[in-house]
Design a protein around this ligand. Structure first.
Ligand code: ZN
Length: 260
């Protein structure tokens, strides 16, 4: 049997501790609801981490041992250390999968990975959302029908300040008339990234079986894909695959240092 995928669901875990309405929906934190939905899948080992944990939940050894990281944050983006954001970015480039959820669009790791503002329009009116599948053959849409209906949702609208996605899986429509690219895929280095917009903390969206299915699909899709791309290698002329005559000066040694 293959080694299980090591999944960590990271949550800032602020609203659930401060707001009784949110605590009612997610009494053990929304990370536990998401993790509980993933745990029955036998290919996965699923743990959770929260901002108030030592090392903000992700000490270097733990991050190094994570295959797919899910990220939910909103009120405490600024409390996440720049060092952790940088380490997450580096792990993604090495091959770790990263699934940014809902207001995670504005998190430090996601913005570092995208390199753009990641801003959007929003409205909290408890309106209807239809999460339309625009790429039915994509593995992240497996098991989902034409769309997912959410009776109460927060509107996220365009323009969304992201780089053009490599693949678009979902586009949301809102009762107020807006649309939003709510399910997007990218790669950075060897790592796969998925952003999924539904998940406002005051609605029970992570209890919805189809939302849980999309998150499971996304975790499986984002799994590391083999060798990392960024491995520096010096290939001396005598080791070239074809016989090679050195024509120019050799100013760098094997470590990339400039000399004489
Ligand atoms: Zn929200």
């Amino acid at each position: 049997m293959k080694d299980p995928l090591r999944v960590v669901v990271w949550n800032e875990f602020v609203h659930e501790r401060q707001n009784p309405r949110v605590a009612e929906i997610y009494p053990r934190g929304l990370h536990e609801t998401i993790a509980s939905a993933l745990r029955p899948h036998r290919e996965l080992t699923v743990e959770t981490a929260v901002l108030s944990d030592p090392d903000q939940g992700l000490p270097p050894e733990r991050l190094a041992a994570t295959d797919v990281l899910l990220w939910w944050g909103h009120a405490a983006h600024d409390a996440v250390s720049d060092d952790l954001a940088r380490r997450v970015q580096e792990r993604v480039v090495e091959g770790m999968g990263f699934v940014a959820l809902h207001s995670g669009h504005n998190s430090k790791p996601f913005k570092r990975l995208m390199g753009t503002s990641c801003m959007l329009c929003w409205r909290e009116a408890g309106e209807r959302e239809r999460v339309w599948v625009v790429n039915p053959g994509h593995p992240i849409a497996a098991g989902i029908g034409d769309c997912i209906e959410l009776e109460h949702s927060e509107m996220y609208g365009e323009p969304f300040g992201i780089p053009t996605p490599d693949e678009q899986v979902f586009i949301s429509w809102f009762e107020g008339g807006e649309v939003f690219r709510g399910g997007c895929c990218w790669t950075r280095g060897s790592g796969r990234i998925f952003y999924f917009s539904p998940g406002h903390e005051s609605y029970p969206i992570y209890h919805h079986p189809e939302i849980q299915r999309v998150i499971l699909n996304a975790v499986l899709w984002a799994r590391p894909q083999g060798r990392r791309a960024e491995v520096p290698r010096h290939v001396p002329a005598e080791k070239a695959r074809e016989k090679l005559t050195v024509r120019g000066p050799q100013l760098h040694d094997a470590g990339g240092n400039l000399h004489g």
